[in-house]
Design a protein around this ligand. Structure first.
Ligand code: BDR
Ligand code: CA
Length: 326
């Protein structure tokens, strides 16, 4: 592993299925000190997203549970747009459908609540406290992070790096022909973050779609592990994987958000190219598109690279890390 120190991390998330898998990884990784999980609307509304994060923490039962704080309820400019049709009505595979042998709910209502602190304040406080030591791993639309920049730019600029699951550099989008979901939901926020001057690593669809998790592998894993976590992973991925089976022809899912956590843990899993990137905030057909200037003749003084875009991934090594941490 490239960096074996324990590093303070915040995960910013919209509480969907692959977000949940990513949080399981982070909670189980001894190289990350997960200080807080900041939550926002995206895959699902912010209250349900926070509930989903608390659910994951309750299942993993870490020694030191991170703070969970709710943030933005909608994108900076756009109306809300969710992915309940992909992640399930609760954003987490409709957990209410699962029962124990005695008929009681396998996932009863939670008794814990999120912190009363605002997620954007949590991000700013952590930036102030941990400075360049801090990595933010952004797994949803970038609304919380953009709002933090708008509120106190110089404070957020103290963070060491933001690892972003979002965008698509040389491949098509997923929610539209041009755009990846997280950037599509809040293109204005994504563009604010592109202009932040903070070191950014972009874990986009170029690499995320090279990390598929087949359904049969999840089933084998549950047979072998037989734990609360493995059962939860099998349960929460059911609807999500069925979406891919019905729409993309393979029964499984991509590990978008887990790969971003993987890259935060071990950057040597990917190879990157420094590019100048903007996000389309207007386009009729291209809203949310991440546009990297790949021209040889680009003028680096006018358009200096602002993003380290991941273009290749060592899938085998990432999958090993994934299984080691779930
Ligand atoms: C991203 O979109 C969301 O639905 C997933 O959680 C992931 O963050 C992939 O495009
Ligand atoms: Ca997500």
């Amino acid at each position: 592993m490239a960096n074996s120190q324990v590093r303070p991390v915040i995960i910013d998330t919209d509480g969907g299925v692959d977000d949940a898998l990513a949080i399981v990884m982070a909670l189980n990784c001894e190289h990350l000190d997960l200080k807080a999980v900041t939550v926002l609307a995206g895959n699902i509304d912010v209250n349900q997203a926070a509930n989903n994060v608390l659910r994951v923490i309750e299942i993993v039962q870490p020694k030191q549970p991170p703070l969970v704080a709710k943030g933005c309820e909608k994108p900076l400019v756009r109306p809300p747009f969710n992915a309940a049709g992909i992640h399930g009505a609760d954003g987490l595979g409709e957990l209410h459908q699962f029962k124990n042998a005695d008929g009681s709910p396998r996932y009863p209502q939670l008794t814990v609540e999120p912190s009363s602190e605002d997620a954007v304040d949590v991000l700013l406080k952590a930036a102030q406290e941990y400075g360049s030591e801090l990595t933010i791993v952004a797994l949803g639309p970038l609304t919380n992070i953009a709002t933090a920049l708008q509120r106190e730019r110089s404070t957020l600029q103290k963070v060491g790096r933001i690892v972003i699951m979002g965008g698509a550099v040389k491949v098509p989008g997923n929610i539209s022909a041009a755009a990846e979901f997280n950037f599509f939901v809040d293109p204005d926020a994504a563009q604010v973050v592109m202009e932040s001057g903070i070191p950014l690593t972009l874990v986009g669809l170029d690499v995320a779609m090279k990390a598929p998790l087949p359904r049969k592998d999840v089933e084998n894993y549950v047979q072998k592990q037989r734990s609360l976590v493995s059962q939860f992973i099998a349960d929460c991925t059911g609807i999500y994987m069925a979406f891919y089976r019905d729409n993309e022809g393979f029964h499984g899912c991509y590990l978008h958000d887990p790969l971003a956590v993987g890259v935060a843990i071990d950057p040597s899993l990917v190879s990157t190219e420094s590019v100048y990137m903007v996000v389309e905030t207007e386009g009729r057909f291209t809203s949310g598109m991440s546009l990297a200037d790949l021209r040889d003749r680009r003028d680096e003084s006018t358009f200096p690279p602002n993003v380290d875009a991941c273009l290749e991934v060592d899938t085998e090594r990432f999958m090993k890390l994934f299984y080691d941490l779930i």
